[in-house]
Design a protein around this ligand. Structure first.
Ligand code: ATP
Ligand code: MG
Length: 415
């Protein structure tokens, strides 16, 4: 048998994004009035663990049976579901988080919008569908992520919804979030149109203090005005994060955590942050451990945290120091790391008030020096039979010399 076309609706993100004029990623459907047996008979493949979700045999789009849910325990597994064939489309839409996510569309393009989603798109409001919003802490993360995606269009969180987010925080629900899920939302926010809006939204409801206290505490900590016209370290972190939005995800993450050390600078030395790079390393490692951040993200983040000042000051560095920097970055084995490091440092340098379009000549300077160091001809050293430590020292010396002459060349070409 086949399913009656009239009982299938496009729902959620696809409807929302279509109305917003944004590219539609994945299409989710709701099937009303069917049983799991009928779905299986129609050739759909069951995939849901907690509740019945099916994949279309050809398109592989997700088809879920209309359902209602009831909170039974803390955390987002703490729900009981009802997927009986009596559940209506309106019932199903009522359990969704935001009005803009609670619209459905028929196959011939008619909108079903019982909770005013279209109006909220017009008003640019992220608004909860019902008080049941406060039953699932994942929604706090989702709203923050939607802000990172929609803030540039003028969207904001409705004050009543923000209140429910605060309530979730005060009820201790944020602690029940699993690390993997939090990481997934952080990661995806970093490459949205306004990544900072993710963190600002979490901060506005008090969730940032629980999820990322290392970033939350940066607000209110001053930096030297000469280097940081924005003064506030939290603001710098946000500006830098936004500068990194088009970079690879691991680079954007490195930018996100590059100044965590400034959060533990002793009061009496402020607004100076001498030594914040080394101080930040254990904090970066702790964040990575907490969210089970992939190792290659962690490696780059630690390197950027530890060595970013050397990029900013590279024009003044001795060739030996530059060579050592490339070695520390593991650049001779993984040249890409040097490029990623440079991009992260540039986001830091331009992530300051009024400096978004500032030139960062250090970037190409570093690229040129690295190229020179990498391309030295080691053949004569092998031919001379050098080995072990002696060989290592000789290669290093070759690289230092290459950096030295490249520096000279760059100075003459720009003077
Ligand atoms: P994206 O563009 O990231 O896919 P989305 O809104 O489509 O956004 P999905 O995770 O694909 O997000 O979920 C599909 C729909 O399911 C949502 O639009 C929303 O209606 C509903 N939904 C998802 N997660 C939740 C949740 N935690 N609470 C309530 N409704 C949810
Ligand atoms: Mg979706």
């Amino acid at each position: 048998m086949s399913l009656d076309e009239h009982d299938i609706y496009l729902v959620g993100g696809a409807v929302r994004d279509q109305l917003l004029g944004l590219p539609v990623k994945d299409r989710d459907y709701v099937v009303v009035g069917a049983t799991p047996e009928e779905m299986a008979e129609a050739g759909f493949l069951p995939v849901g663990k907690d509740f019945p979700v099916f994949l279309h045999p050809e398109s592989k789009d997700e088809y879920a049976l209309a359902r209602t849910e009831r909170k039974t325990a803390k955390g987002y597994h703490g729900f009981a579901f009802n997927t009986s064939a009596e559940v209506t489309l309106e019932d199903d839409l009522a359990r969704r988080d935001l009005t803009i996510n609670a619209m459905a569309m028929t196959a011939d393009g008619q909108l079903v919008d019982p909770y005013g989603g279209q109006q909220d798109i017009e008003n640019k409001q992220l608004r909860h569908v019902s008080p049941a919003f406060a039953e699932d802490p994942v929604r706090v993360l989702r709203v923050a992520r939607f802000m990172s995606r929609l803030a540039h269009l003028g969207f904001s969180v409705h004050p009543d919804t923000l209140q429910l987010m605060r309530q979730l925080v005060n009820d201790g629900e944020i602690e029940a979030l699993v690390a993997e899920r939090v990481w997934q939302e952080i990661k995806s926010s970093l490459n949205q149109e306004t990544p900072s809006a993710f963190f600002e939204t979490l901060r506005a409801c008090g969730a940032l203090r629980i999820i990322l206290p290392e970033i939350d505490c940066l607000y209110g900590i001053p930096q030297t005005k000469m280097w940081h016209p924005e003064v506030d370290t939290g603001i710098h972190a946000m500006l830098a994060i936004d500068q990194a939005k088009n970079l690879d995800n691991d680079v954007a993450f490195a930018v996100m955590v590059h100044d965590l050390g400034k959060g533990i600078t002793p009061q009496e030395v402020l607004p100076s942050h001498r030594g914040h790079e080394a101080a930040g390393v254990p904090l970066v490692k702790a964040v990575c451990r907490r969210f089970k951040v992939p190792n290659h993200y962690k490696k780059l983040a630690v390197l950027v945290c530890r060595w970013h000042l050397l990029a900013h000051t590279v024009m003044e560095l001795k060739p030996e120091t530059v060579e050592k920097l490339f070695a520390r970055l593991d650049g001779y084995r993984q040249p890409k790391l040097v490029e990623k490091f440079i991009q992260a440092c540039q986001a830091d340098a331009t992530g300051r008030w009024g400096e978004a379009f500032k030139r960062y000549p250090q970037a190409n300077y570093l690229r040129n020096l690295f190229k020179a160091a990498r391309n030295v001809d080691k053949q004569p050293l092998f031919a001379a039979g050098l080995q072990g430590r002696e060989l290592g020292d000789a290669i290093r010396q070759l690289r230092v010399t290459a950096i030295q002459s490249k520096k000279q060349q760059l100075i003459t070409s720009t003077s």
